[in-house]
Every structure is written in C-alpha cells, then in structure tokens.
Design a protein around this ligand. Structure first.
Ligand SMILES: Cc1cc2nc3c(=O)[nH]c(=O)nc-3n(C[C@H](O)[C@H](O)[C@H](O)COP(=O)(O)O)c2cc1C
Length: 139
C-alpha cells in the first residue's frame, strides 16, 4: 500500500511512518513516499490511496506540491478508497473536513474517518495512527 504525504516540519511524516507500522503489523506491505517522488501514473491503478497533508495556508492543503497532486486525482476517484490523515496546529480540523468533501466530489469513498493529530504524534496519538494503519490493511 502506498502512503503519500507532504510534510514541512516532519509531523505528518511521523504520522505516515506510524500508519505504515500499523499496515505492516497487519501483514500487508507499506511504502511511504513523499509527494514530490510520486506522479499520477504511479497511483492511478491503486484501489486504496493513503494520503497525508498538514493544515497549511489558512485551513488549506499545501499549495505548491500537494494540492496540485490531489487535483490530478479528480478523474480517478470512481471505485477507489481514500484514507486521509494530517497534522494541524491551532485550528479545529476545518482543512480536513474540506479535503474529505473534495475527495468525495472526485468520487472517492472514504471508508474510515480521517485521522488528525495536533502537531507531533505522541502517546495516544501514536497509537491512533498505528491502529488506523491496522484498520486500513483490513479493507
Ligand atoms: C504556513 C503555515 C500555515 C499553517 N496554517 C495552519 C492552519 O490554517 N490551521 C492549523 O491548524 N494549523 C496551521 N499550521 C500549523 C501546521 O499545520 C502544524 O504545525 C503541523 O503540525 C505541521 O505539520 P508538518 O510538520 O507535517 O508540516 C500552519 C503552519 C504553517 C507553517
């Protein structure tokens, strides 16, 4: 399973690695990839996409690399599942609600509620990410 993320200060990257650990715990393979290493052709045949981006701008996805990548998925959502995650700072998770709606408009199914973590995942938030990976592996 491909886990594709953008991370400025490493918090969303840490979530990606914890989710990968959960996927591996459940006996599936996990590949953690920074979004700049991926293009649409790499992912258009995947039935499950695991995607991570922090809240940036004002409750936005990161604009220069991640948002263009997501927009490139617009016509590939039908029949696919998207699993979303990301870190935030001072907001209330608005960016993730908007992103979830965007993915649904593109036709993606969101089978498990997205996971958001305040800044760096620690303690219970680490477990939350690992459990998310374990659940994803069973889809
Ligand atoms: C330019 C910039 C804009 C941000 N905008 C928001 C925001 O609108 N809402 C929010 O909750 N956090 C915001 N944050 C905080 C980040 O989402 C938070 O620090 C997050 O943990 C960063 O994740 P990363 O380490 O994966 O980059 C912003 C941070 C930066 C640097």
């Amino acid at each position: 399973m491909k886990i594709i993320y953008w991370s400025g200060t490493g918090n969303t990257e840490a979530m990606a690695n914890l989710i990968a650990k959960g996927v591996l715990n459940s006996g599936k393979e996990a590949e953690v990839l920074s979004v700049d290493k991926v293009n649409i052709d790499d992912v258009k045949n995947e039935n499950i996409l695991i995607l991570g981006c922090p809240s940036m701008g004002a409750e936005m996805l990161e604009e220069s690399e991640f948002e263009p990548f997501i927009q490139g998925l617009e016509h590939f959502g039908q029949g696919k599942k998207a699993l979303l995650f990301g870190s935030y700072g001072w907001g209330d998770g608005e960016w993730m609600r908007n992103w979830e709606e965007q993915m649904k408009l593109y036709g993606f199914e969101i089978p498990i509620e997205p996971v958001i973590v305040n800044e760096m995942p620690e303690g219970d938030d680490k477990q939350l990410c690992i459990r998310y990976g374990e659940q994803i592996a069973k889809l």
